[in-house]
Write a protein that binds this ligand. Structure first.
Ligand SMILES: C[S@@+](CC[C@H](N)C(=O)[O-])C[C@H]1O[C@@H](n2cnc3c(N)ncnc32)[C@H](O)[C@@H]1O
Length: 230
């Protein structure tokens, strides 16, 4: 399996400066992701952050839960380097330079999170497959939450989503940049899936307590729990 090419190496330096100009309520969204995992009794939880990028999600987790340990996984060396610098005050972080398509369940986690990364998987089958591996990689009673681009369940709503997204970007950059840089790249490289379909996949795989914690048009935070006694 192979993802579409995307130059994350070249984006690492700029990422933190531009992400909230592109993604509406970016920090609110990742706060919702961090809040989603707080429903579990929280002490020294072992957490995996898939596609950690520059480490924003992991940093917020550690600010709120300083006794957990986190494995930050990303396939971009430059992203990992920025994250390593940002998270240097936290000794309980481990960085893994790897493609999450190679995730296997040999090491188990209490919580798995991801933000703005899984939509880079090209097909629905790849996404379903990864959700299954995530399920297998979780300990019993473990939680999985994803913050990501999603698609609407029909064209009419999808048009509304795209208009809202463009309106947000329009406050921060010229229309030419939105069209020639952001949207052209989005259509070429990003492959979000319908939110409702993804919730069904999670259910079919065996997740329970599936819910959407936060949503702003084409951005959502959703996930569930692997059943069983911890
Ligand atoms: C848009 S950034 C998001 C970073 C971070 N999670 C955040 O929300 O700020 C997407 C990240 O996912 C990583 N990524 C994309 N596909 C990946 C894959 N197949 N395996 C590992 N990392 C991947 C990229 O390298 C990039 O750092």
């Amino acid at each position: 399996m192979k993802g579409l090419s995307h130059d994350f190496e070249g984006e690492a330096e700029e990422f933190d400066k531009v992400i909230s100009k592109i993604v509406p309520f970016y920090y609110q969204m990742i706060d919702a992701l961090v809040t989603s995992i707080s429903s579990t009794p929280f002490s020294r939880k072992k957490i995996l952050d898939l596609g950690c990028g520059t480490g924003n999600v992991s940093k917020r987790i550690l600010q709120r839960y300083p006794h957990c340990s986190i494995t930050c996984m990303d396939k971009s060396k430059n992203m990992i380097e920025v994250a390593r610098f940002k998270l240097s005050p936290y000794p309980q972080i481990r960085f893994v330079l790897a493609d999450f398509l190679h995730l296997d369940s040999s090491e188990q986690y209490d919580i798995i999170v991801s933000s703005l990364a899984l939509h880079h998987l090209v097909t629905d089958n790849e996404k379903r497959w990864l959700y299954k591996i995530i399920y297998e990689t979780l300990k019993l009673n473990g939680l999985f939450y994803n913050a990501d681009f999603v698609l609407a369940s029909n064209e009419n709503l999808q048009n509304i989503y795209m208009n809202k997204w463009q309106k947000h970007m329009g406050k921060n950059m010229p229309q030419s940049k939105i069209e020639n840089k952001i949207l052209s790249k989005y259509y070429e490289e990003d492959r979000p899936a319908e939110l409702i379909a993804q919730l069904n996949w999670l259910s079919e795989i065996g997740f329970t307590n599936i819910d959407v914690m936060w949503k702003y048009y084409n951005f959502a935070v959703y996930g569930g729990r692997k059943p069983g006694k911890a």
